[in-house]
Ligand binder design. Structure first.
Ligand code: KMH
Ligand code: ZN
Length: 294
């Protein structure tokens, strides 16, 4: 039986087919940079604005419709500098028609005020993580008052949130948030299951099915497998009717012992598998309609 927005089974309502979420094509989001990998160890990581825009164009050509953006400073360290973020949004808009989604997660060291201020850079969309999670040896902190304030700011500023869900407790918090503050800007709920973080839910097909069953009714969702769970999660998500997020934020090996040479090859692989699954990659204009991005 399909759960309702509280995560409980919705008595008396017919279950929605699990594959309904992905009708009409596959949304591919690229997360090219992240905050964790080091340019010195991963030379293919795009860290400068030029590298980022070039990567964005290549990934758009390969099938991406959304870009999830973390930026770096002149020394390639993660930053939430508002001027740089604003310039990055403008440059990505000038260079591509991708939906620009800024990270509000930043790096584990970023403070809440700077993470809230990300929205002032004027992106189309932003990530919004629904709870605190162990993150390797670190803690990715997202206490309830911060989540609530960030969500209220997305509504006030007209930014479409993507709800990042690292574990099942965060799915419950998403229901709490929607019950408390109502629908997001654009009216549509889109989630990203981030699987395989040490401390979060594992990147397995069984876990993905369980998480999808607990999502709000009518939500669309994508899934991201970190590291070696990247490919299994792609297959599981496609089989279950979901969308995909790939990129060097999440995986820096293309296969065992073979480093990723660039984000475009990860997007290309995802697009090929989506086409084989009979749900080819969506263009950004189609994705804008689905996500409620104006
Ligand atoms: N870098 C992680 C601590 C997000 O972008 O919203 C958080 C993260 C999630 O990447
Ligand atoms: Zn991120």
């Amino acid at each position: 039986m399909t759960p309702d927005r509280t995560g409980r089974p919705a008595a008396g309502r017919p279950p929605a087919p699990i594959s309904a979420a992905g009708k009409g094509g596959t949304l591919i989001t690229v997360a090219p940079t992240g905050a964790e990998s080091d340019k010195a160890s991963v030379p293919a990581l795009p860290v400068s604005l030029d590298e980022l825009v070039t990567t964005a164009k290549e990934c758009r050509a390969a099938g991406a419709a959304v870009i999830h953006v973390h930026i770096r400073d002149d020394r390639a360290r993660p930053t939430l500098d508002l001027g740089r973020l604003t310039g990055t949004v403008q440059a990505l808009r000038e260079g591509t028609d991708l939906i620009v989604q800024l990270s509000t997660g930043g790096a584990v060291t970023d403070g809440f005020a700077a993470r809230l201020a990300v929205l002032d850079a004027g992106p189309d969309a932003c990530s919004l993580t629904c709870g605190t999670v162990n993150f390797g040896d670190e803690v990715f902190a997202n206490p309830w008052p911060f989540i609530r304030e960030l969500y209220a700011r997305t509504q006030a500023l007209g930014v479409v949130p993507e709800f990042e869900l690292f574990d099942m407790g965060q799915v419950a918090t998403l229901h709490r948030l929607l019950d408390d503050l109502g629908a997001p800007h654009g009216g549509h709920v889109h989630c990203d299951l981030v699987m395989g973080v040490p401390g979060g839910m594992p990147g397995t097909a069984a876990q993905l099915i369980q998480a999808v069953a607990a999502l709000p009714r009518d939500a669309t969702w994508s899934a991201t497998g970190i590291g070696r769970s990247s490919v299994p999660v792609i297959f599981a998500a496609l089989a279950a009717g979901g969308h995909l997020r790939v990129g060097m934020e999440d995986a820096i090996s293309f296969a065992r012992g073979r480093p990723v040479t660039g984000n475009a090859e990860l997007v290309e692989r995802a697009a090929t598998l989506a086409a084989l699954a009979q749900r080819p990659a969506m263009a950004p204009d189609q994705a804008r309609v689905m996500l409620g991005v104006s």
